[in-house]
Design a protein around this ligand. Structure first.
Ligand code: MG
Length: 165
């Protein structure tokens, strides 16, 4: 049996601005700030899309869904994720697992992590146990520590082979 495995990494960051909520992995979370972004500013999904595109050697999210395209204004990032999943599926590539890290001082997301995992798993057509989301702060250091914005990292494994039981 051969198992063709490909790893991808993604990173995204967004600035806080006026508003009363943030959207993270498709979950709307009340917050004292909003996100400045062309789309819904979902850093977790944007990092995940870039990781998936990276693993498939398909470039990046900006190439497929350019900021300059008015179709993506206020876009629901879950739609972008499903579009990326379709690109992989068309190439017989399947997601094995995804591991995401949110870097932010606030909001706290622990109470939302299972909903977030469920949305991502549904969009990727994989089990929820193949999706991990964790969060950390920067202990008050730097731009994230000052609450200027938030960032996310994603690592994925994809395969064109059959996954052993
Ligand atoms: Mg982004």
């Amino acid at each position: 049996m051969t198992l063709d495995m490909r790893i991808g990494h993604g990173y995204d960051a967004h600035r806080f601005g006026p508003g009363d909520h943030v959207v993270l992995a498709g979950v709307r979370i009340p917050h004292v700030r909003g996100i400045v972004a062309h789309s819904d500013g979902d850093v977790l999904i944007h990092a995940l899309c870039d990781a998936l595109l990276g693993a498939a050697a398909l470039g990046d999210i900006g190439r497929h869904f350019p900021d300059s395209d008015p179709r993506y204004r206020g876009a629901d990032s879950r739609e972008l994720l499903r579009a990326v999943q379709a690109l992989l599926q068309a190439r017989q590539l399947r997601v094995v697992n995804a591991d995401l890290t949110l870097v932010a001082e606030a909001p706290r997301v622990a109470a939302h992590v299972n909903d977030m995992r469920g949305f991502l798993a549904a969009d990727l057509a994989i089990g929820i146990d193949a999706v991990n989301i964790k969060a950390t702060t920067t202990e008050g250091m730097g731009w994230i520590g000052r609450g200027e914005g938030l960032a996310a990292h994603a690592v994925v494994l994809i395969t064109s082979g059959s996954v052993p039981a």
